[in-house]
Ligand binder design. Structure first.
Ligand code: SF4
Ligand code: SF4
Length: 319
């Protein structure tokens, strides 16, 4: 499977005007590939470390232009009355990330997720909002996927952003070799560190991976004195019961509570904004039908978290 060439990173989105991934107004650079498989993942297009295309089946005209354009033969059409018809849906394979199908589609039905970009190319885009960073105290955040799966590119991009005087943040799931995480966090002004569940068995069930490395790395990172915010996704019925939330906060207090760089905990309520992307990828959304918290339920969780005496912020979802 093709990945990004040396000197480039595989970027699946650059999102401007973000208000929730570090201080001020920020640009988020999303890098492809993630070691976890969280049931509630809002960025399924970022999981695999390879280019992928998504298709909006409601917009597709069944014209076959994408199949004709694709050098890898990844768009296959179902035979119709005129010999051509809607996609058969079989797009698994070695996408080259060339974008030919997206350019050929007359309906705008296709999206390419995973474009090889150089640090200079990304810097060109993020620099467009320099004035916003300056006036708001914002900057650039690396997210994903897991940026740490592209460590050379992520490190170079963080360094380049710093050279420009931009505030830098690293958003991480923490499921990385410690030297990789330490090197990247060392180049960021702030690390946003996710913890999905304090219980190892539950964490494994919900994300596909043990939390042992994640907790170990969190403690190590805190001891370096790095600026650190720990983020807890709250998923109704999965990790938001009082015992689970209290256990997570207790672990965070034990690992980070006395650390000089620890800034607090952010609660990230579940949302289903990413559900449509599963459909575009031809995947089933694992949490189909799950409802977000009611305002009353969120208020109760916030009250419970604040009782931990840790600095707690409830982050409202930004579509
Ligand atoms: S991006 Fe290129 S290789 Fe990938 S599906 Fe589209 S045309 Fe084919
Ligand atoms: S080019 Fe676009 S509209 Fe035509 S078959 Fe492909 S996805 Fe559908």
């Amino acid at each position: 499977m093709p990945t990004a060439a040396a000197g480039t990173g595989l970027v699946f989105n650059i999102q401007k005007y973000s208000l929730h991934d570090g201080p001020g107004i920020r640009t988020i650079v999303f890098l492809k590939g993630c070691p976890l498989r969280c049931l509630w993942c809002a960025n399924p297009e970022g999981l695999l470390p390879v280019p992928q295309t998504g298709r909006d089946n409601r917009a597709c005209l069944g014209c076959g232009a994408c199949a004709a354009a694709c050098p890898a033969g990844l768009h296959r059409m179902r035979p119709g009355p005129d010999g051509i018809g809607p996609h058969r849906g079989d797009r698994a394979g070695a996408c080259l990330g060339c974008g030919a199908c997206v350019a050929a589609c007359p309906a705008g039905a296709l999206t390419l997720w995973g474009r090889p970009m150089t640090v200079a190319e990304v810097l060109d885009v993020v620099s467009q909002d320099e004035a916003f960073y300056r006036t708001s105290g914002g900057g650039v955040t690396l997210g994903g996927g897991e940026a740490g799966l592209q460590p050379a590119f992520a490190g170079a991009l963080l360094a380049a952003c710093r050279d420009q005087g931009f505030h830098t943040a690293l958003e991480t799931c923490g499921c990385l070799p410690w030297p990789t995480l330490a090197a990247l966090a060392g180049r960021a002004d702030l690390t946003l560190y996710d913890l999905k569940h304090a219980n190892d068995a539950a964490h494994t069930r919900l994300t596909g991976r043990s939390n042992a490395t994640i907790l170990d790395n969190l403690g190590r990172l805190a001891r370096t004195g790095a600026a650190l915010l720990v983020r807890l996704p709250l998923v109704p019925g999965y990790n938001d019961d009082p015992a689970a939330l209290t256990a997570a906060l207790d672990r965070i207090r034990g690992l980070c509570g006395q650390a000089p760089g620890f800034q607090g905990v952010e609660l990230l309520p579940y949302h289903a904004f990413g559900a449509g992307k599963y459909d575009r990828l031809g995947l089933a959304y694992p949490l189909a039908g799950l409802r977000s918290h009611t305002p009353a339920a969120l208020a109760a969780l916030e009250t419970l978290a604040r009782a931990s005496d840790l600095p707690v912020t409830l982050v409202r979802p930004q579509a």
